[in-house]
Design a protein around this ligand. Structure first.
Ligand SMILES: [Zn+2]
Length: 211
């Protein structure tokens, strides 16, 4: 019996590897059918063969997949950030372009007017959107010239906000007596009251200046 066991023990590694001939295989199977010692030895062998290999493979697979997932995640994150930055850049450039691109607005006799309020004179634009202006004047006479322009933003985006965009503060009371365009069209000429306010305004300024 013990002798048989020694032979079987020698064959077991080959049996576990499936490398035995049919005849030898049958011999081993027959023996482990009644010999618990050899059956247990085979069991231990099969486990010790399988486990480490599987574990290692599984470990390698998971770390590989983890690495792959990490790369995919990083790539997604990167492309996400790039897409976000591109969209932001496009938005900034669009806003810059819309604000930068301006066209002149001509005074046609009714599209622009001066409005007097408590805290000064306001420019009212009766067209669509918001206009920009550039003005220069003579302090003593209170006569000012002005020109108007409009950005694409002012024309198309500002009206969307529906704020009081077409009415904007121009100057304090007493500062102007007359407002004309660069080519000499009179937009507004002050009444006697406005001229008096201007004289008063001048007087106050010269008193402050110590004249
Ligand atoms: Zn045995």
């Amino acid at each position: 019996m013990k002798n048989d066991c020694n032979i079987i023990m020698d064959l077991l590694p080959l049996y576990a590897d499936g490398a035995l001939s049919e005849a030898s295989k049958e011999l081993v199977q027959e023996h482990i059918g009644f010999c618990e010692e050899c059956a247990n030895a085979l069991k231990g062998m099969q486990e010790s063969i399988k486990l480490p290999v599987n574990k290692e493979v599984r470990l390698n697979e998971t770390s590989f997949i983890k690495g792959l997932k990490k790369i995919v995640f990083n790539w997604k994150l990167l492309t996400g950030i790039m897409a976000g930055l591109s969209a932001l850049l496009l938005l900034v450039l669009s806003v810059m372009y819309l604000n930068h691109k301006t066209t002149a607005v001509e005074y046609d006799g009714s599209n622009i007017a001066i409005e007097k309020r408590e805290n000064g004179y306001y420019l009212r634009y009766n067209g669509k959107g918001e206009i920009l202006f550039s003005a220069g004047g003579n302090r003593e006479s209170g006569e000012w010239t002005i020109e108007f322009s409009q950005s694409l933003w002012g024309r198309y985006i500002d009206p969307l906000y529906d704020r009081d965009g077409n009415c904007q503060w121009f100057c304090e009371e007493g500062m102007i007596t007359k407002l004309t365009t660069m080519d000499g069209k009179v937009i507004w000429e002050g009444s006697e009251e406005d001229v008096e306010a201007h004289e008063q305004w001048l007087k106050e300024r010269s008193e402050y200046a110590g004249d």
